[in-house]
Design a protein around this ligand. Sequence first.
Ligand code: FAD
Ligand code: ZN
Length: 246
Amino acid sequence: VQVLDQGYVEHIETWGSDERIIEAARMSTDKGFQGWGPFCPDCHEPVVLGEPRCAKCGSASTRIPGDEKLLRFLWEHKHATPFEMAGLVIEVQAPIFVFREWHRHRTQSYNELSSRYTALPDLYYLPSIERLMNGMQGQQNKQGSQSGFSEQDAKSLQRYIHQVNAASRQAYMQMLDQGVARELARIVVPVAQYSRMRASANLRNWLAFLTLRMATNAQWEIRQYANAVGTIIAERFPRTWQLFAS
Ligand SMILES: Cc1cc2nc3c(=O)[nH]c(=O)nc-3n(C[C@H](O)[C@H](O)[C@H](O)COP(=O)(O)OP(=O)(O)OC[C@H]3O[C@@H](n4cnc5c(N)ncnc54)[C@H](O)[C@@H]3O)c2cc1C
Ligand SMILES: [Zn+2]
């Protein structure tokens, strides 16, 4: 998933599923996953709500509610440990200031490229004109930003940021050319510099991360990354996602 001007979030690996979460919860009663939707108590096939008989075996027995009900119960009553039985690994390319915020989430595991081993990529975040027009110091939210700059203001701010990034890149490359160690040359790099990492966490912790970082008081840039992680989770854990998002 493309994020900001040069970033991305890439799905690497998922473990578990909505079904596995139910199975984990059912360890307490040793019953396992029973099925989604209302289903036939005789043959265990899903049945269509409102139909008088099971299409498969013809049974007219009372239909038992499906495992959505249990999943909802777990979610609403904060029985959170079954959600720790699933998780995902993603790869992220983001500006360093986004990583500063991201790495505060201690329950994720991280591996990031080392700018002591490798020269940093020639990738710098340049906010869009629209972002800059909404980039005036916030008055209500003292940590945030608000609209206020004209398109012309934004264009000149964007040119200025580009110049600063370019000058910093030039100084960095010049020092590397002179033989300065990568670990030292990097001190002139701005926090707009893009870096890359892999992050891994269980689903419970990913959702806690998203609660904080999709919220409107989170910085706009990390919110774009959180939204991208959300689309990945929604695809792989659709029923849990529905509960989270509602
Ligand atoms: C809008 C916003 C503004 C912020 N502003 C600032 C700021 O100005 N300055 C700043 O320093 N930070 C700031 N933060 C970061 C914030 O303080 C948290 O560090 C960050 O959100 C990670 O949250 P967390 O600790 O819940 O996550 P995680 O580290 O992933 O922890 C998840 C949960 O595990 C438990 N846990 C983890 N470690 C411990 C521990 N050592 N002791 C006890 N329980 C633990 C807690 O229940 C915690 O909620 C901000 C965050 C947001 C969302
Ligand atoms: Zn049946």
